[in-house]
Design a protein around this ligand. Sequence first.
Ligand code: HEC
Length: 142
Amino acid sequence: MIKNILIATFLVSASIVTPAIAADDDPESRAISSEGDVAKGKRVFNRCKACHNLTAAPRTRIGPNLDNIFGRTAGTSETFKRYSKALKGASFVWTEEKLDQWLLAPRTFLPGNKMAFAGLKKAEQRRDLIAYLRTATIADAE
Ligand code: HEC
């Protein structure tokens, strides 16, 4: 009986504490990627790679390069010249939480953007992809 109460207390406090740690605007937050499977995320990235490089290559594909994406202000990759007004005018910084919302439903997250991608409905796929992006985005092309 006491044990059950202790477990219940633990569960309640854990669920109160967790969202507070996952600050939406903290690029250092790894609350999503820490639970992800990098190998599975690499496979999910196959759906992005026709349009995105992960390095700061001088050339882009259809979309902006995703080098150093965590902590980067949205719409500011120097090598990408074709941003929509929506993304160019956005002033937020990419965090795991922002990326998670964008990847769930790009059109709803930022109306008027021109990324032709419907979204990843499964939370595990977004989580795994974000874990892969944490390991694979590269700051500078040598
Ligand atoms: C058909 C091509 C295409 C696919 C597929 C695609 N994207 Fe994009 N993505 C774009 C374009 C184009 C933009 C720029 C949109 C704009 O300017 O409104 C963009 C923008 C982005 C941005 C914002 C970058 C910045 O500089 O602010 C992120 C992050 C992103 N995509 C991640 C992804 C991920 C992760 C996937 C795979 C799940 C993906 N995209 C799939 C074309 C694509």
